[in-house]
Write a protein that binds this ligand. Structure first.
Ligand SMILES: [Zn+2]
Length: 252
C-alpha cells in the first residue's frame, strides 16, 4: 500500500465475519501483546514494537524514528493508522532499528533519512561497523544483514527533524545520532544507553551490549555529552521512557 508523502496514512479497516467493521485498535489487547502508541510529550509518541517496550520506534511530529527488525517493520504501517507520516529517520544502522525501514518506506512511500556516518551501511543493508575480533563475529555478521534502503538525506548535528535537533552521539555505532528538543528537554537517544535490563526486563539505565558497540570509550563520551544537555525525558531504543532523567542518567 502506498500513500503520498505527507498524506495521512489510513490503514484499511478489517471486515469481520458477518459484515460488521471495527477499527483495528478497538480490539482488546491480549496479555503479552505490545501496547498501542503511547503519547510521551507534545508531538512525540512511543511505538513499542515488542513486549515490555523492549524494542521501540518513535514518532517525532510527522517523522518516524527507527523501525525495529524486518518483521516488526512490516507491521508498523498498521500501527501508524490515521497519523501523518512524512519521513522515516534512523538513530543508527543496526538491524533492530533499521531492519524494518525498507518495509516502512515502501509501504508509506516516504523518504528515508540516516545518520551521515551510518548512511552507507543502511544503504547497503548491513549493520554499521562493529568491533573486530570477537569469537561470535560470524554469527554477528549473519544477523547483521537487513533489507537495503535508499538514503534520501544524510543527517548531521544541528539538522532539524520532526521538531527535534540532531545531536551526534557516536560510539555504539560510528554514526549514531540522538534527537533533542530543548524547549521541554526531551531526548530520543537510540542505543547510547539501554533503558532496561534484558535479563530481568526491569527498567534501568545501562550501557548497550559490548559485543555490538563499535567504540565503547567513545560511547561513554557521548553519554556525558547527552547528560550535559540535562534532559528531563529520555526515550530509549530498548526500554520504557525515563522521566526526571537528569537525576538518573550516568556514564556506565
Ligand atoms: Zn544498536
Amino acid at each position: 500500500m502506498r500513500v503520498r508523502a505527507g498524506a495521512v496514512f489510513r490503514h484499511p479497516v478489517p471486515t469481520r465475519a458477518g459484515g460488521g467493521r471495527r477499527p483495528v485498535h478497538s480490539r482488546r489487547p491480549r496479555a503479552g501483546n505490545v501496547r498501542c502508541v503511547i503519547h510521551v510529550a507534545e508531538g512525540l509518541w512511543q511505538i513499542p514494537l515488542a513486549p515490555r517496550e523492549s524494542v521501540n520506534a518513535y514518532l517525532l511530529g510527522d517523522v518516524l524514528v527507527d523501525a525495529g527488525t524486518k518483521g516488526m517493520g512490516k507491521k508498523l504501517p498498521g500501527r501508524l493508522s490515521g497519523r501523518t507520516v512524512s519521513a522515516h529517520a534512523l538513530t543508527h544502522a543496526h538491524p533492530d532499528h533499521a531492519g524494518g525501514s525498507k518495509a516502512v518506506v515502501d509501504a508509506l512511500g516516504i523518504p528515508f533519512f540516516a545518520p551521515e556516518l551510518d548512511a552507507d551501511d543502511a544503504a547497503a543493508g548491513h549493520a554499521a561497523r562493529q568491533p573486530e575480533g570477537t569469537r561470535l563475529k560470524g554469527l554477528r555478521d549473519a544477523m547483521g544483514k537487513f533489507p537495503a534502503v535508499n538514503v534520501a538525506r544524510r543527517l548531521r548535528e544541528g539538522d532539524e527533524v520532526g521538531g527535534f535537533t540532531v545531536i551526534d552521539a557516536p560510539g555504539h555505532s560510528p554514526g549514531q545520532i540522538a534527537y533533542w528538543r530543548e524547549s521541554d528537554r526531551v531526548l530520543v537517544c537510540g542505543d547510547v544507553w539501554f533503558g532496561m535490563d534484558f535479563k530481568t526486563f526491569k527498567p534501568t539505565v545501562r550501557a548497550p551490549f559490548d559485543m555490538v558497540t563499535y567504540d565503547i570509550p567513545q560511547n561513554r563520551r557521548s553519554m556525558q555529552k547527552l547528560i550535559d544537555l540535562k534532559p528531563d525525558v529520555v526515550c530509549f531504543g530498548h526500554g520504557p521512557v525515563l522521566r526526571d532523567a537528569s537525576a538518573k542518567l550516568r556514564v556506565v
